[in-house]
Design a protein around this ligand. Structure first.
Ligand SMILES: [Cu+2]
Length: 358
């Protein structure tokens, strides 16, 4: 009996620890460490509500306890209760029951207007606009003024208020980067917007925050915050068309040393490009500067420059890339990309080409 009684709380505590551990194990994603302007405003707001609420609760409980203790003592000594306190009681009820709550509510309301202004300045700020489109289960990211399209990574410069214009290609998704901002829904057929601004360079994890289907949990992304000069460099590089395989010798006579490892590599890349262009990949993927113009899946023009594959599901490295291309359904069941039956040489060449897309 006693064994059973003690074990339940122990199990509950252990389960709680495992669950919380699971949260902590994911890449840091906490609204309690705000570094973005919106997230900081939200944090100030909730801290205000937390500590005001705590203070009210502590005072109310203390007064209840004091009343009980006093009443018991008075009962003990047989004194009569509530003598001559009528005026003070009414004053107390008016203050504690109406004036103080009104002051607190007005204060919090005023603060929330400020928070709304901080998180969404509307048309008042004429910042850079990035278009982000939600797809089951990945994010398309476009810099319309620069003709840049990428996926699952939003790059922004420090010290600039950047507007994200959001929409969805299929169902409702929601963008949330806890360190930088609150969440904003993406609604098919409508444009919503949110703002990002921070002075802290770094990489921040974001997450789809509206259940959108089987792989909702693996619909993640990163926000990479650069110093302005570095950001301009990134933007310029992304604006370049996809790398052309250098190997196609096109009658250059002065290629003196044939078949060096580098040349074998670029031959492989050229072959991989042909494999890509002649297989189903082109129906869904675009590589700018080539005939591949599909828009069903992520733009692959600068695939190799990205940190992750399949919306933050895997680190982007050759092993993971191979595993993904061969059998994406094993990694992210229910996602929209079918596997390929390419094998052997063709697959090796295709992977070499994808890895060359810097
Ligand atoms: Cu989603």
């Amino acid at each position: 009996m006693t064994g059973r009684r003690t074990s339940l709380p122990v199990i509950a505590a252990a389960a709680g620890a495992v669950l919380l551990g699971g949260c902590a194990a994911a890449e840091e994603q906490s609204p309690l460490n705000p570094v973005g302007r919106s997230a900081e405003a939200i944090d100030v707001h909730w801290q205000t509500m937390l500590w005001t609420g705590t203070a009210v609760w502590v005072i109310v409980v203390a007064m209840m306890v004091a009343t009980l203790v006093r009443r018991r003592r008075k009962d003990g000594t047989g004194e009569s209760r509530g003598e001559g306190g009528g005026g003070r009681a009414i004053l107390f009820v008016a203050l504690a029951g109406a004036v103080i709550p009104a002051v607190i509510i007005v204060g919090i309301t005023v603060q929330s207007v400020w928070v709304l202004q901080e998180t969404d300045p509307g048309q008042e700020v004429d910042g850079r606009t990035i278009t982000v489109t939600g797809h089951q289960y990945w994010w398309e990211v476009e810099y319309p003024e620069h003709g840049v399209v990428t996926a699952n990574e939003i790059h922004i410069p420090t010290g600039e208020r950047v507007r994200l214009e959001l929409t969805s290609d299929d169902v409702v998704h929601s963008v949330w980067v806890p360190e930088l901002s609150g969440k904003t829904d993406m609604v098919p057929g409508r444009a919503t917007s949110m703002w990002l601004e921070t002075d802290e360079p770094g990489t921040y994890w974001g997450q789809c925050a509206e259940y959108c289907g089987m792989q909702h949990a693996l619909m993640r992304f990163i926000v990479v915050v650069h110093e302005p000069a570095e950001f301009e460099g990134w933007l310029a590089a992304q604006g370049q068309p996809g790398a052309e395989p250098a190997a196609v010798p096109s009658g250059e006579p002065d290629v003196s040393t044939q078949d060096t490892p580098a040349e074998q590599d670029s031959e492989l890349v050229a072959r991989g490009r042909e494999v890509f262009m002649s297989s189903s990949c082109v129906y869904c993927h675009a590589i700018s500067g080539t005939e591949a113009q599909g828009r069903e899946g992520p733009d692959l023009t600068h695939l190799a420059s990205r940190d992750t594959l399949a919306a933050g599901t895997l680190p982007n490295n050759p092993g993971n890339l191979a595993a993904w291309v061969v059998d994406p359904q094993a990694i992210k069941p229910g996602n929209e990309m079918p596997g390929t039956d390419l094998a052997g040489d063709e697959l090796q060449a295709l992977l070499a080409y994808l890895e060359s897309l810097e």
